[in-house]
Each structure stands twice: as structure tokens, then as C-alpha cells.
Design a protein around this ligand. Structure first.
Ligand code: HEC
Length: 176
């Protein structure tokens, strides 16, 4: 498992990822929701571009500030309610690290909204059938206990988790 962290050659990376795919990842098809969010979100982002281009700068700025505030709150919720099990980056504690989870969500969902909704639903009532992770994760860590936080806090922490995606993170598996 450790060799994923020192991939000096492309083949090492490929072999290590293949190992993780077998050991830790589910072979399920991408979550169908992935497609449905596309139109809504692309409309939303083109609106933002228009706002910035025209004199709607103030509106765009307010939106950005609100997003940043939500991220800060999300991070605070993580520290309080998730950090005891989820380290930010590998090595994993008693659950996959946040960066590894973010990487899994980014590979399965194209849109943040759908990922956030499914994460929140999972946290409220975790179940293997809802998981985007593979069987190896449950063998190693067991199932996550339910999180008893209000919906808006679950969504904030899920939104924050989505943003922790690091394109340079090379771990292919969800057990890290
Ligand atoms: C008591 C330990 C514990 C705490 C606290 C905890 N988790 Fe987890 N979490 C786990 C374990 C173990 C897994 C891996 C197994 C699983 O997915 O159920 C997991 C998996 C996850 C997953 C992946 C879901 C999937 O598809 O399988 C997400 C997302 C997640 N946690 C987010 C959070 C967030 C956000 C918090 C804080 C609000 C949190 N967790 C608090 C133990 C914990």
C-alpha cells in the first residue's frame, strides 16, 4: 500500500493504482446523478461570467464572499466533528483521509451539487449500498457512524470536502 506514495516511474503508479482498484474500489458504474446536474450548473456558471463581465461585479463579489464564508464554516465543522477519524491527508487514521475522499468524489461526480447531496445523505444514514467506496474500505475501517448535525451543516462540510480536491494527489485508492 505504501508504494503509492513514492511513485518514481509511470509504471509504478499504474501498478499501484491497479492494486488499489482491486483492493479498495468499487467497480460500480458512475452515479447516474452525475448527468442530471449538468445543465443547471453550467447555466449557473455562465451567469457568473456574465455578471463579472457586466457591471454586476458587486453581485459576483457577494456570491464569492458567501462561498468563502461557507467554506470556512465547513472547515470548522470538519475540525469539530470529523477530524477525530478523518485526517486531512494520508496517512489515514480510522477512516480514509479527506484528500483521498475528495479525489474519489471528483472521479465519480462531475458536479459539486450532486456530490454534496449524496455525501450529506450518506453522513445522516451511512450504508454500504450508498457508498462510493469499495469493499476494502469497509474491511479496513468498518462503516462510518451516522453524523447528527443539521442538514445545512452537513451540506457545508460536504461542500468543503469537495473543495479539498488536490489534482497532485497521486493516491489511486480510497483507503489512504
Ligand atoms: C467515528 C469515526 C468517523 C467520524 C467522526 C466521521 N467519519 Fe466519515 N467515515 C468514517 C469511516 C470509517 C469511513 C469509511 C467507511 C464508510 O464509507 O462508511 C467514512 C467515510 C466517509 C465518507 C465516504 C462515504 C462513502 O461513500 O463511503 C465521507 C464523505 C465521510 N466519511 C465524511 C465525513 C464527514 C464530513 C464527517 C464529519 C461531519 C465524518 N465523515 C465523520 C468514519 C468517521
Amino acid at each position: 500500500m505504501k508504494r503509492v506514495f513514492s511513485p518514481h516511474t509511470l509504471s509504478t503508479i499504474l501498478i499501484a493504482s491497479a492494486t488499489f482498484f482491486t483492493a479498495c474500489q468499487q467497480q460500480s458504474a458512475p452515479v447516474p446523478e452525475k448527468q442530471s446536474g449538468t445543465t443547471v450548473e453550467s447555466e449557473a456558471s455562465s451567469k457568473t461570467v456574465t455578471e463579472i463581465d457586466s457591471d454586476g461585479n458587486r453581485e459576483a463579489l457577494a456570491k464569492k464572499e458567501a462561498e468563502e464564508a461557507a467554506l470556512k464554516e465547513g472547515e470548522a465543522i470538519y475540525r469539530k466533528s470529523c477530524q477525530s477519524c478523518h485526517s486531512l491527508s494520508p496517512p489515514a487514521k480510522s477512516a480514509p483521509s479527506i484528500i483521498a475522499l475528495a479525489s474519489q468524489y471528483r472521479s465519480r461526480y462531475s458536479k459539486k451539487a450532486g456530490a454534496v447531496a449524496d455525501m450529506a445523505s450518506f453522513m445522516k444514514a451511512p450504508a454500504v449500498e450508498k457508498s462510493i467506496l469499495g469493499a476494502g474500505t469497509f474491511e479496513r475501517f468498518g462503516l462510518m457512524p451516522p453524523v447528527t448535525l443539521p442538514d445545512d451543516e452537513l451540506e457545508k462540510v460536504a461542500g468543503w470536502l469537495w473543495e479539498q480536491y488536490d489534482p497532485d494527489f497521486e493516491g489511486g485508492g480510497d483507503c489512504q
